[in-house]
Write a protein that binds this ligand. Structure first.
Ligand code: AMP
Ligand code: MG
Length: 431
């Protein structure tokens, strides 16, 4: 079968991204498993985490100082009678008397504010002599107190299912006493690298051979996006073996291939996928780097299933596997993964959709490009927070991993721009 007619399937960046997002929104995550809280970082939450009691559970002092009635400090300096001390974690048996006019408790950060007090004066504005304290600064009610339940009420949802677990979500889980969490099982992502010139990194490369770095960068990106990489053998530019390996890769939850998607005579990926009855959603995006990127879905294939000893494919959407064909140039591979493969993988991992994040910085030196492509060019952002500056990293094109390693972001150039002046504010995508 000839490769599909591809011209109409070359989309703008926005359209290509939208297509991926539409398909991602229909992707379903896999099974749920339970993990220890300490092993949950980077996993995707599969249950809601709710507050098991009010947070804070009592009106909490946020300062070391004196719990007062604000109205007692109308005239300054004010002299109040110290009737006791409250530290953080007072014994449960301690019953504090309510504060009357003219009285105060010395109180520590994190301690419960007693009844009758409505503010805490910082110790810096006080001086205590015996049972009397002089206060030199007035205060408004509620100052330096977080009211009971102000952060969350008992039963409130704190972390939604679909959240990628970070130290913040894990702190919330810990704060409500959850030592184990339900998370989604990581989707398996087959990585298939193609090219006659590509050799394994532990082999001695011939003079015109290239070590396989894409499998390694992709494995890291896959893990960061919540997937579990499955490594396939390197595919030669030969249709039969390529087809076998693609069929093997289609048994995973997602197949990511690199190389073989350009216009060269030995770029066979689309042809082989078409033979396997693949649907193509796009076969190119108007971007640089990464123009030949391919996205589609392909039946798992009964031959392959039989070979794998797996059950026969059903007729539902799960009998087809989404795939990406990413260009082989290493920087293109990295960029197209971020722009297109990541949202699909995150969805398969159970994550709620996350938009791309763009920041802005001032361009250090002018940029001239041709119009027509959205460009994501490796760059370095630097400078103070109120004056971030950004400049392109000099590079030899999308094969230049060394240049990419000196970059910490991409400058994003819209397709209509051809001359951007030094000093202009440009969009920057962090890396
Ligand atoms: P292709 O997309 O197959 O035309 O490959 C484009 C360029 O990327 C060629 O220079 C390849 O040698 C290089 N390349 C392809 N695959 C890999 C890989 N797995 N690791 C490193 N470089 C690669
Ligand atoms: Mg190739």
């Amino acid at each position: 079968m000839p490769p599909p007619s591809t011209d109409s399937l070359i989309l703008t960046f926005e359209d290509a991204r939208r297509v991926v997002e539409q398909h991602s929104s229909k992707a379903t995550p896999g099974e749920v498993e339970t993990v220890d809280l300490l092993h949950s970082a980077g996993r995707v939450l599969a249950e809601p985490i709710a507050a098991d009691r009010d947070i804070p559970p009592f009106p909490r002092s946020t300062r070391d100082g004196y719990a007062v009635r604000a109205s007692d400090l109308a005239k300054l300096p004010a002299k109040l009678k110290v009737i006791g001390e409250i530290k953080a974690g007072p014994p449960p048996s301690l019953v504090l008397p309510a504060l009357n006019r003219g009285e105060t408790f010395s109180i520590m950060t994190g301690a419960p504010v007693p009844q009758g007090a409505d503010a805490v004066v910082m110790v810096e504005y006080t001086s205590q002599q015996g049972c009397s304290v002089e206060i030199t600064k007035g205060i408004t009610p509620a100052e330096n107190i977080v009211a009971q339940g102000a952060e969350a009420k008992r039963g409130d949802l704190l972390v939604e299912p679909g959240t990628l677990l970070s130290e913040v979500a894990i702190a919330l889980a810990a704060s409500v006493g959850k030592s184990k969490l339900k998370v989604f099982v990581r989707p398996r992502v087959a990585i298939l690298t193609t090219g006659d010139e590509i050799v394994a990194i532990d082999a001695e490369p011939g003079p015109a051979q290239i070590r396989n770095s894409n499998t390694y960068s992709l494995a890291v990106q896959v893990q960061q996006a919540g997937g579990d990489p499955v490594f396939l053998s390197i595919a030669p530019d030969e249709p039969r073996r390529l087809r076998q390996l693609i069929e093997e890769g289609l048994q995973s939850d997602l197949l990511i291939m690199t190389g073989g998607v350009s216009m060269g005579r030995y770029d066979l990926l689309e042809q082989v996928l078409a033979e396997l009855q693949a649907e193509f959603f796009f076969t190119g995006a108007k971007i640089q780097p990464g123009k030949p990127v391919v996205f589609g879905r392909c039946p798992r294939g009964e031959d392959a299933l039989a070979r794998e000893g797996a059950s026969a494919p059903g007729s539902g959407p799960n009998s087809r596997t989404y795939f990406f064909g990413l260009p082989g140039n290493p920087v293109s591979t990295m960029v197209t993964f971020e722009l297109f493969a990541r949202p699909m993988l995150e969805a398969l991992a159970g994550m709620s959709p996350r938009p791309l994040t763009f920041l802005h910085a001032q361009l250090k030196s002018e940029i001239r490009v041709k119009t027509g492509l959205t460009r994501f060019l490796p760059a370095i952002v630097s400078g103070k927070y109120e004056a971030s500056q950004v400049e392109l990293v000099p590079w030899q094109g999308s094969g230049d991993i060394a240049a990419q390693s000196r970059a910490n972001c991409y400058i994003v150039i819209p397709p209509a721009r051809e001359h951007i002046l030094a000093g202009e504010w440009v969009a920057v995508m962090p890396r």
